[in-house]
Unconditional design. Sequence first.
Length: 566
Amino acid sequence: MKRLRLVVLLVVLAVAAAGCSGVPISGPVERVSATPGRLNPGVEIAPAPPGRNASPITVVEGFLHAMASYQPDYRVARTYLTEAASDQWRPEAGVRIYAEGNPVVATEEGALLRAPVVGTLDPAGAYSQSTETIDHDFGLVRNADGQWRIGAPPEGLLISEYLFSSAFTRVTPYFWGPGSRWLVPDPRYYPRGPGAYEGAAAAAVGGATGWLAPAVERPVPGVALDGVTVSATGVARVTLRRLAGDLTPAEQAALATQLVWSYRSFESVVSVAVGWAGEEPWAIAPYGSTIPVSAFPEADPTARQSSRQLFALSGGQIVRVVEGNQRIDHLPVAPGVTGATHAAVRQDALVAAAVTGDRSVLYLAPLGEAVLTPVAESAGLRRPQFDRHGDVWVSNDAGELARVPEAGGWTPVRVQGLAEGRITSFRLSPDGARIALIVQRPGGQQVVGLARVVHDGADVTVEGWRQLSVATTSVAQLTALDVGWRAADSLLVLVNDGRTTPVQALAQDGATIVPIGPTDANDLVELAVAPGVPAMVRAADGRVWRYNSDLRWSQHDVDLAAVFYP
């Protein structure tokens, strides 16, 4: 059984008297969408206070279960503590999620929990993987009635992986990328229930997480969340408070767009109404005052006009791979390109970028024309990629990263925080605000991670590197070979485990890791991945497999030197 790598450090904030919303901690369980890696829908946990004459282990186990339930101030969980410990315990200090298979152990003094922590959530609900280990003695003592109680509770909350998967859900608030042309996802985890509705709105109003914030626009100023209600018909009514003057119609539309996209996470929400407390909802053109969650398609983090054709390199030429009549054809599309070693096609499928010959020159080539224009030079050029603005990003054997505009010129991209190592492969996210990197360490190991892309005028910096583990067990030793964006907030990573080269599906924060095959292919070297189309994977000998479903792939093609989507 695959282990769901969900681990968490969640700072639980109560709703302040002024109406500001933090991470919600109360309310009944609701069904909420959590793509990718849908969480265990589970059942509501009804915690009970400790029974009479309960053993030390039973008391600790009851406390652990009670911490995973929704209670104002964790009243039931506090019944497992001594009075002094209850006065000092602060559940809002955080939540750690520990690995399954690590039961509470009896000791001479009481009970001990020793377990790996597989991840954390920050105060905003953002997930990070963790290598921490819990080694906690609960300090059991007998109270005046002779009953065992916990005298040394942990800092914050401890929740097992399974209970976390039942009690928390993934929600994705959205924020405007640079220039406010399209949105960028910023996933969070909240306790299941109506409080998650408020958490989503509070996030959209309050701004992106600290990690993503430098790469996106600041939140609309002068606004605070007043509250959220969801009707039986699925209308989420978001009420706001003015902290300054009124918003312009453009600011209202921008904030409404963020909120509508953020509520797409909830299967129970079909439309959104946004406005000031005590007033009628804003009327946002062309939708009116009640906006369907399918609205604002132009803000999609993934370009909707993108071509979904599969391209490849065959015999040094850029070809379009066409299926039909039980055969696959390779149609040359850039007659000006010969001897190509690496290539990419722009999202509108009108222009290609190619590296040829000795890999020292990057060319642009209009599709359908015998034209080849050199635009940049560098030794050891590698696989290029067009960003959403039409610029070409490319790396070289030295691990340098550059951005090349259509007019040409090698513009270095400053890369910070990688320590020792060089970039061997990269993929920009569909929105361009994040970048997935394969980095080779001095010892030869290749790791995968995520960084943000920060624009400052004409300067671009890649920073905030976060290495991601792609192992599904604590003993797995994996080398990352290639990476691609399956959706705006999820990745596919091609890995080598020393025997095989499987593909792992990975949430961008590393919260879920699922092996998806193929199981009958070896020596795989390259991924072709794009949102909304089947992933492809290529072997060193040119064979190509297509993803059909998890662990089900079919051989698709042969004799290809590269495969890629626009």
